[in-house]
Write a protein that binds this ligand. Structure first.
Ligand SMILES: [Mg+2]
Length: 212
């Protein structure tokens, strides 16, 4: 069987960057998290941050290991295990290296986070500006990445967020919907069949195996 490679973005798809950043900004600027509303377009001007403020706060958050403590988006691990079990090649793709001088923290915190949440993956790619890296299908939340991927002729699923609602592409608003769409597209391309959702997803299998 040919491998079907699923390119999975991290922030805004697997990891709840916005919530993690909200917590950091609230502490750092001594503001209430309730004063930092869900963002409805790309960027953080709705929190009163211009691009320079964002870069400064983001860089500081990274050096304080924010990536290690980001909440996970519900259903992500189990869905990825089922897809992986079905033979889909999980390629984690992240664009986190866009600030200078903190690459060690970014890379080590990313790997630690993936382990902590038992996310299955066969490749881990840290990309710069280029949005694509030879996957059959991508899932992403960032409008500029989605446009770039799509314009280069790639299949992409938009992971629904308030700030990407204007994009016309195929969309999933939960990991269950991601799983359904990926299964459907992979079945068309390479004849893959997944486990039924809700049956043992296997996220705990490594710890079970270790304790046997
Ligand atoms: Mg993202």
């Amino acid at each position: 069987m040919n491998d079907f490679v699923l390119g999975v973005d991290l922030d805004g798809v697997c990891a709840d960057y916005e919530e993690g950043f909200r917590r950091f900004v609230a502490t750092e600027l001594n503001r209430s998290p309730e004063d930092l509303p869900p963002i409805t377009h790309w960027g953080y001007d709705e929190w009163g941050l211009n691009d320079d403020d964002f870069i400064e706060l983001h860089s500081k958050a990274v050096t304080q290991h924010m990536h290690r403590h980001l909440p996970i988006i519900e259903g992500c691990t189990d869905a990825l295990w089922r897809l992986s079990d079905a033979g889909i090649w999980i390629r984690v793709i992240t664009h986190r290296l866009y600030t200078n001088w903190s690459h060690e923290a970014v890379v080590s915190d990313t790997v630690a986070w993936l382990d902590q949440h038992k996310i299955p993956y066969r490749d881990l790619c840290f990309l710069g500006a280029k949005p694509q890296i030879e996957a059959d299908l991508y899932i992403d939340d960032a409008p500029h990445n989605i446009k770039g991927l799509s314009e280069a002729g790639n299949e992409v699923i938009v992971f629904d967020q308030l700030y990407n609602r204007e994009l016309p592409h195929r969309r999933a608003s939960s990991w269950e919907e991601v799983e359904e769409l990926v299964t459907e597209l992979a079945a068309k391309k390479v004849g893959i069949q997944t486990q039924i959702p809700g049956i043992d997803a296997g996220a705990e299998r490594l710890s079970r195996k270790k304790s046997n």
